[in-house]
Design a protein around this ligand. Structure first.
Ligand code: SF4
Ligand code: SF4
Length: 220
């Protein structure tokens, strides 16, 4: 999923300084699933903004909260928001950067404000309450050859052939030997699976043109 975190309220209030009415739109996709920007968070944001604007800016602001199934789907966002958006000059989006841009493109005459900072594509560990970046969307997945561990993302230097000389006792020099060396993890995983031929295989440098943004797909 897309990992994001809410911006500090002060930053959101600053962006709302010249706004008298705002539609607060949650997203029940990634943002809602791990409770950073779903329906409930949109309701809480509405209350917080109402109170903070009154206290800190000594004025009233008209707010309404709602949530859409997925803000990154332009048809869902359009169908859900068109009937209610007209009365508002601004939209505060609690989605990831893609959702915010989708809404901004759909409603060009509105001021669209991001409520979150979008961080990365990752996995959630609910027990530890942590998120881990696992994929960089490189466009050419080699997880089969690397035992299901992504070196592009999890190796500190994104090496396709490793480990480098910077690993010590299974830890990576990047960041001060705190994190596991991805290539030691890959070696151990491939050994378990009796697939070490993929560890010794030489992988050619990548053709980075396939990652050149902004990327598009489909519709041909
Ligand atoms: S190799 Fe890594 S970055 Fe590329 S698609 Fe696979 S998991 Fe994502
Ligand atoms: S120590 Fe391991 S994870 Fe760190 S940069 Fe070298 S190969 Fe990559």
């Amino acid at each position: 999923m897309i990992i994001m975190e809410q911006k500090p309220l002060e930053e959101i209030l600053k962006m709302l300084e010249r706004v008298d009415n705002v539609l607060i739109v949650g997203c029940n996709g990634c943002a809602g699933i791990y409770q950073v920007g779903g329906e409930k968070q949109a309701e809480i944001m509405k209350i917080l903004i109402g109170m903070a604007v009154k206290l800190k800016q000594n004025r009233e602001i008209k707010t309404k909260s709602c949530a859409v199934l997925r803000q990154c789907d332009s048809q869902i966002a359009a169908t859900s928001l068109r009937p209610i958006v007209e009365d508002y000059e601004a939209i505060l989006s609690l989605a990831c950067g893609v959702g915010v841009q989708t809404v901004a493109q759909l409603f060009e005459n509105k001021l669209v404000i991001p409520a979150n900072n979008t961080k990365f594509i990752g996995m959630q560990d609910r027990e530890l309450g942590k998120f881990y970046e696992l994929c960089s969307a490189c466009g050419e997945c080699i997880l089969f050859e690397t035992g299901g561990i992504c070196p592009v993302t999890r190796c500190g230097k994104s090496l396709l052939n490793g480990p480098c000389g910077g690993q010590a006792l299974g830890k990576c020099e990047v960041g001060g030997w705190k994190k596991d060396c991805a290539w030691v993890l890959i070696y151990n995983r491939l050994k378990e699976k009796n697939m070490l031929e993929y560890f010794t295989k030489f992988r050619e440098p990548r053709d980075f043109r396939i990652r050149q943004g902004p990327r598009e797909m489909g519709g041909e």
